[in-house]
Design a protein around this ligand. Structure first.
Ligand code: PLP
Length: 404
């Protein structure tokens, strides 16, 4: 007992400053209550056969020892080729790529490699929840700039005012989790202009780059921050296999950055994890060389899931702006105010227990009481990277909301 108490007292100030992930907690809650899990963003459908077979072959061929710490050569070359065709960027696989354990590690390693204590990092809010602890673990001081509902725009003056002498970097998640926003070319130009003017880096989380929802008369394109004028030399592109190839459990991601920054990220990465799983890196090289139709099919399948989900949410009475990208929709729960729930957390707990659908409370994407100021305590996030059967079951349960 006394050992436990003294061990507890030794928890670092850093670790004490953040809580466990609400998203991953909701997954456990869903299991406990037998709810349909639309909280955590992982597909519940099969990964592509070709990739699974490549992984099995790699293990059978005894690619079972440490890979080169910054990534197997053929995977880095496959990343170079894919980035060349999709983003039109020339990347040197020997000097500008680090393969990591998911984009999660790529982000924290990039921040630890470039940010000094006291440096400020600008974060659009609501934000993917890892960025908060990432800032704490890398000693950065986060500075939040709101994306305002319902259309998730940012105020240019507010963003400009967030840049100052201490600003080291900005985190851009595009396409955006949790809002589904895809930043327009004009918005990207504005952000890039500020980064160049203030000599600031951009950590550009692009893991949803292939999940876009263009529609008739509405162009939605993925633009990498590294493509913007003056940004290639100051951008760390962060990406992974997780979402594009439906293998979130494989934990293979990467960072692309200019050589000097890549060097620093490689060192941090080496001592954090040594490297990502070698046989899965071999399968990654196959995945990144999939024919281009693969990406078109992925996008078309997500378009169907999104349209179905939005229909179900509309019928149930949620408010929202249609997402342009990623596989989430952040909804407004004020239409359910008559049910008497105090806030998004209470609403979410009731949903998982009584309606049988697990979602994520909006406030978990905001810093502390910013949720109340910005309306996050009246929002919940649904994810729709699920099979037809899962989405149909969710829709049936959500349909009962109208009768409550
Ligand atoms: N970045 C964003 C914006 C995400 O939504 C997620 C997962 O949901 C991640 C990073 C984590 O990705 P990975 O599995 O590559 O670590």
């Amino acid at each position: 007992m006394s050992t436990l108490v003294s061990a507890h007292a030794k928890v670092s100030r850093r670790a004490a400053r953040f809580t466990e992930s609400v998203i991953r907690e909701m997954t456990r809650e869903a299991l406990k209550h037998g709810a349909v899990n639309l909280s955590q963003g992982f597909p519940d459908f099969a990964a592509p056969e070709a990739i699974k077979e490549a992984a099995a072959r790699a293990i059978a061929a005894d690619i079972n020892q440490y890979a080169i710490t910054w990534g197997a050569k053929d995977l880095r070359e496959a990343i170079r080729d894919k980035v060349q065709w999709y983003l039109g960027l020339d990347v040197d696989p020997e000097r500008e790529i680090v393969v990591t354990c998911g984009s999660t590690e790529a982000m924290i390693a990039a921040m630890m490699a470039t940010v000094d204590p006291g440096d400020e990092v600008i974060v659009f809010e609501p934000f993917y929840e890892n960025y908060g602890p990432d800032a704490i673990l890398s000693d950065a001081t986060p500075r939040y700039v709101p994306l305002r509902a319902p259309d998730w725009h940012f105020d240019r003056d507010e963003l400009r005012a967030a840049f100052n002498d201490r600003t080291r970097a900005i985190i851009l998640c595009n396409p955006n989790n949790p809002t589904g926003k895809v930043f327009t070319r004009e918005e990207m130009e504005f952000i890039a202009g500020l980064c160049v003017e203030h000599d600031v880096l951009c950590f550009s989380d692009e893991i949803y780059e292939h999940i876009l929802y263009p529609s008739e008369g509405r162009t939605v394109e993925h633009i990498s921050m590294a493509q913007m004028e003056g940004m290639r030399e100051r951008t760390v592109v962060i990406n992974s296999m997780s979402k594009t190839y439906s293998v979130t459990g494989w934990r293979v991601g990467w960072a692309i950055a200019p050589p000097e920054i890549t060097n620093a990220i490689r060192k941090v990465h080496d001592f954090l994890t040594v490297g990502a799983a070698a046989p899965l890196q071999a399968a990654g090289a196959v995945a990144l060389r999939m024919p281009r139709e693969y990406y078109a099919e992925l996008q078309a399948a997500y378009q169907c899931r999104r349209d179905f989900m939005l229909g179900a949410l509309r019928t149930a009475g949620f408010g929202f702006t249609d997402p342009d990208g990623a596989y989430y929709v952040m909804t407004d729960i004020t239409p359910f105010a008559h049910l008497g729930h105090a806030d998004d957390v209470e609403f979410t707990r009731w949903m998982v227990r009584e309606v049988g659908v697990a979602v994520v409370p909006g406030s978990s994407f905001y810093f502390a009481d910013h949720a109340r100021e910005l309306g996050g305590d009246r929002q919940v996030r649904f994810c729709f990277c699920k099979t037809d059967a899962t989405l149909t079951a969710a829709a049936e349960r959500l349909a009962t909301l109208g009768q409550r």
